[in-house]
Design a protein around this ligand. Sequence first.
Ligand code: UDP
Length: 376
Amino acid sequence: MTDPKKILVVGAGFAGAVMARELAEQGFWVDVIESREHIAGNCYDPIDKRYNLRVHHYGPHIFHTNSEAIYSYLSRFTQWLPYQHKVEALVEGVGYVPFPINRMTLNRLYHKKLKNRTDVEAFLDRVKEHHKKPDNARHMAENIYGKELVELFFSRYTKKMWALELEELPCSVFARLAVRYDDQSGYFDDSYQAMPAQGYVTLFERLLDHPQIAVHLSEHFDRAMENDYDHVFNSMAIDEYYQNEFGALAYRSIKYQMKSQSNHKQPVPTVNLTDTQPVTRFTDWSLYPSDQKNTSLTTLVTKEIPCSYTDNNNERYYPVKTVDGEPQRRYKQYENLAKMNKKCTFIGRCGQYRYLDMHQVVANSLRLAHNFIQLK
Ligand code: UDP
């Protein structure tokens, strides 16, 4: 490479920050623009000094992966606090029960004495449905748990989360959840589960700390900026980039309401509300592992209320894919346009319109960066 190339990265979340780092290390000059006033995207987790609590402003982000490569890559920028995420569901008339459903959940709900995996399997065998070739989230869930448990734990939660019925959603949404026949009460099964020891913001500061990276906060992307760069890696919503040429893509959003609460009690860091009230999750930040010492009896609790992104300042968090394939077809039209756009590569959840977890976003940016570098 003769002249070092100039790259624009749009967005300082995982997709953009990893991309910027990889390219800077290979000699590119990288400008990162971020429309918010902070880096770290939706992982933003500053300390609330009033209570010495680290709070994730966009809901709990628990790092988990099966990839040794991704874990070691990020370990260059952070130490870790091991953390196995635990969730319980608050069921009307019953109280808190482990979620995903396990042996203890069933015993508490049905006053049973299921002793082991064989008992649990036999119980679920009796209640489960037998949908042939399940091709939607309801049929997939009912084939494991039957109608009653699906109604109690998945149907109503999903309706408020997505504003869609379970049967309208693809199996992949339900398949994110572990299925347990024993007492395991962790939310994830991955071999690496941890939180960045000094928080995500510190991890991102280190990722972006490179002499060839310049970060510009509160700066919005404009297509005219492309003229000043050799290439753009863009994590903005792909439909927004193309000014809704084929219509707006569907995204779901969440309003995060944070409140200080005295003498608040919940059994695990995150509680799921599976009834019909609009809140889906309660998170108590004093229960997460942290480098901070919360010495107060007051804690901070975040309530999550899903909503349309247009009701939340155009904050797009979840791409919405449906069984009828409508949003997927619309996205395909944008993707085809993007393939012809040699100046710009779309990255991240909103750019690629995929329900990606953090580790998958990191893996994608690493792969795309390496492909790009090889072509230069
Ligand atoms: N889900 C549910 N009940 C729950 C938790 C999850 O029905 O108590 C369904 C719901 O459709 C949700 C999906 O499972 O969107 C994936 O859950 P996950 O916890 O992975 O969602 P995320 O953390 O990505 O919001």
